[in-house]
Design a binder for this molecule. Structure first.
Ligand code: AQP
Length: 345
């Protein structure tokens, strides 16, 4: 059982996927399925770390799956499934709850942000979220994890957990036939592209997010052309023209965000965009941005809506992906139990 290159990543079905999810992570997922063995998950167990209405959650799991396929993930090339159908995730997460240290989790900034001031009322699941994320990746002994910038700290924790498991159980790992004493790889974050952190259209200091109460703060992958144009039109900017060089964005996070989004969607560098639009007012730029966004995203929304009309077909994709995922994860969890001294029959 050697470690070979394998990609794992996932998104939470906590609402509709948006431009940040697409540019920050999915664009790389689509590219990597041409060169790597890829496993892409709808992480429904992560979603329930905060309250989800059951009927809405079921719909959201299917919507995220439809958006994956509509955006270009091919269920024949990649494994597409939802996390709760593969029990290895939850089983390995428990083992990692016993490997990770409280001090490590206490440093996680996402928990602090999501729990807010009333930390006592946050679920234990929200606190242990990064351990489950480490389990998601390592249940497949995945080596590459394409994510947005906000997931960097969780990835570092996954690496620490892999390392500590390998160190704690070194002798047992060797006794189980892994001569070099290494059972888990150190998963590498893949955080690349011109838009690894897309900001809210209403506040350039806040990440674009599914759970932002304002729908105007994000462009959803299911938005139609008119909605995309309207949201861009209403996006917050300032009164100054577009700067002529990259250094001209100081104190202008909204301007920087919109130019970054244009560059990512048009497959251009920020410098090129500034060469073309520098000195112009935002009104003209927003028209061009709406066009490029509609061109790229309009088709995805239409295709996702078409796929959603046949929920049985989506469920069949998830069932097939889950079966394929289980065949990879089961031997890993079996080895983990043997290594940790748990008896299985
Ligand atoms: N704004 C963003 N810019 C770049 N990348 C982003 N990602 C999320 N938001 C941005 C990346 O998308 C992947 C899936 O994220 P997730 O669904 O697990 O949840 P999240 O990161 O917590 O995203 P949201 O939209 O903010 O969800 P909620 O509101 O439910 O918490 C990850 O690779 C992430 O980096």
């Amino acid at each position: 059982m050697t470690i070979s290159p394998r990609v794992f990543s996932g998104m939470q079905p906590t609402g509709s996927l948006h431009l940040g999810n697409y540019l920050g992570a999915m664009v790389n997922w689509i590219k990597m399925q041409e060169t790597h063995e890829c496993i892409y998950c709808v992480v429904d167990l992560h979603a329930i770390t905060v309250w989800q209405d059951p009927a809405e959650l079921r719909t959201a799991i299917r919507q995220v799956t439809a958006a994956y396929i509509a955006a270009g993930l091919d269920p024949k090339k990649s494994i597409l499934f939802n996390q709760s159908q593969v029990s290895a995730h939850a089983e390995l997460a428990w083992v990692f709850n016993c490997v990770a240290r409280l001090g490590w989790l206490n440093r996680m900034t996402q928990f602090k942000e999501k729990a807010g001031k009333d930390r006592e009322q946050a679920s234990v699941g929200l606190y242990a979220y990064p351990n489950l994320m480490a389990a998601d990746i390592l249940a497949y002994r995945a080596t590459h994890v394409p994510v947005g910038e906000d997931q960097k700290q969780h990835l570092e924790l996954a690496r620490d957990i892999a390392q500590k498991f390998n160190n704690d159980f070194r002798e047992s790992i060797i006794a189980q036939g892994f001569a070099d004493g290494v059972f888990f790889p150190q998963p590498e974050p893949v955080i690349t592209g011109p838009a690894t952190r897309v900001m809210s259209l209403r506040d350039g200091t806040k990440k674009m997010s599914k759970s932002d109460p304002s729908d105007l703060s994000r462009i959803n992958l299911t938005d139609d052309a008119d909605t995309i144009a309207k949201k861009i039109q209403k996006a917050k900017t300032d009164a100054d023209p577009i700067p002529t060089e990259d250094g001209g964005f100081q104190g202008r996070p909204e301007a920087e965000n919109l130019v970054g989004i244009y560059a990512a969607l048009a497959d251009q560098t920020v410098e090129t965009v500034l060469k073309d639009f520098g000195g112009q007012q935002f009104s003209a730029f927003k028209k061009a941005l709406a066009e490029v966004a509609t061109d790229r995203l309009g088709r995805i929304g239409g295709e996702a809506r078409r796929l959603m009309a046949d929920s049985a077909a989506i469920d069949a994709v998830l069932a097939d992906g889950s079966a394929r995922a289980r065949t990879i994860a089961q031997p890993v969890i079996d080895h983990v139990k043997d290594i940790a001294g748990l008896i299985r029959s």
